[in-house]
Design a protein around this ligand. Structure first.
Ligand code: DC
Length: 221
C-alpha cells in the first residue's frame, strides 16, 4: 500500500506493547519489522553463555568484535544461530539493561540498525530509534502504558511460556528497575523525541492502537 520507501520509529518502555503493535503495522503495510531490543538481548545471551559478567564493561567489550548479530525476516541470529526463543527467557530480561548501557555496544548496534533501514521500508522498535538511530524517520511514535499493566502483560506472557518461579510483584520490580536504568543511562537514554506521537496503550486493545498508527501514517487524522 506504500508507493515510496518509509521509516517508522517506535520507542517506549518495556512491556508497553511496541513489538505487538509494530509487527501488525508491518504486516498491514507490507514492510519489514526490526526488533532492536532483540539485538541487545542476543548479545546478553552470549555474555551469559560465555560465563562473563553482564555488569562488567570490560567483559562485554571483549566479545563485541567477535560476535555477529543479525535480524532477518523476523528472526534474530547470534553468530548465525537462530536464538528467537532463548532471548525471551527472564534471565536475559533481568540483565539486558546492563549490556545496553555500554557505549561500544550501542555504537555497534546502531550501525547495524541504520544499515537495515537504508535500503527498504522498515518499522523499527526500541528505545532510541526516533532520537538516535533514525532521527529523520518519516513517522515517530512513543508508546507507553502504566507500570501495572506492563507488569501484568509480561507476567502473563512468561507464565504462558512455562517460565517457573516468578511472581507478578517480582516482574513489576524488574520492569521498574529496567525503566530506571534505561531512562537514566548516560548514552541514548529512553526519552520521547519531541516530534514523536504519544500513544498510551493502557486499557486499549491491540487493534485500536494499530488503527491509530495506521490512520496517522495514511494521513487520516
Ligand atoms: O524491547 P526489549 O524489552 O526487548 O529491550 C531489551 C532491552 O534492550 C531494554 O531493557 C533496553 C534495551 N534497548 C535499548 O537500550 N535500545 C534499543 N533500541 C532497544 C532495546
Amino acid at each position: 500500500m506504500l508507493d515510496k520507501q518509509i521509516t517508522i520509529a517506535i520507542d517506549g518502555p518495556a512491556g508497553a506493547g511496541k513489538s505487538t503493535i509494530a509487527k501488525k503495522v508491518a504486516e498491514i503495510l507490507s514492510i519489514e519489522y526490526v526488533d532492536t531490543g532483540a539485538m541487545y538481548r542476543a548479545l546478553t545471551l552470549k555474555v551469559l553463555n560465555e560465563g562473563l559478567d553482564p555488569k562488567s564493561t570490560e567483559d562485554v567489550k571483549s566479545i563485541i568484535e567477535n560476535t555477529s548479530i543479525d535480524f532477518r525476516n523476523n528472526h534474530i541470529y547470534l553468530d548465525n544461530k537462530n536464538v528467537d526463543k532463548e532471548i525471551r527467557e527472564n534471565r536475559i530480561s533481568k540483565n539486558v539493561s546492563y549490556i545496553a548501557k555500554i557505549k561500544e555496544v550501542r555504537e555497534a548496534m546502531v550501525k547495524i540498525q541504520q544499515k537495515l533501514a537504508k535500503t527498504k521500508s522498515v518499522i523499527m522498535d526500541g528505545r532510541d530509534i526516533g532520537t538516535v538511530v533514525l532521527p529523520n524517520a518519516d513517522f515517530k511514535f512513543f508508546v507507553v502504558a502504566s507500570v501495572e499493566e506492563r507488569a501484568r502483560r509480561r507476567y502473563k506472557e512468561l507464565i504462558e511460556k512455562g517460565e517457573e518461579g516468578i511472581s507478578y510483584e517480582d516482574i513489576k520490580k524488574e520492569i521498574e528497575n529496567r525503566d530506571r536504568i534505561d531512562s537514566t543511562r548516560e548514552i541514548s537514554p529512553l526519552v520521547k523525541s519531541q516530534d514523536a506521537y504519544l500513544l498510551d496503550t493502557t486499557g486499549k486493545t491491540v487493534d485500536e492502537c494499530v488503527n491509530e498508527i495506521i490512520s496517522i501514517i495514511k494521513g487520516d487524522s
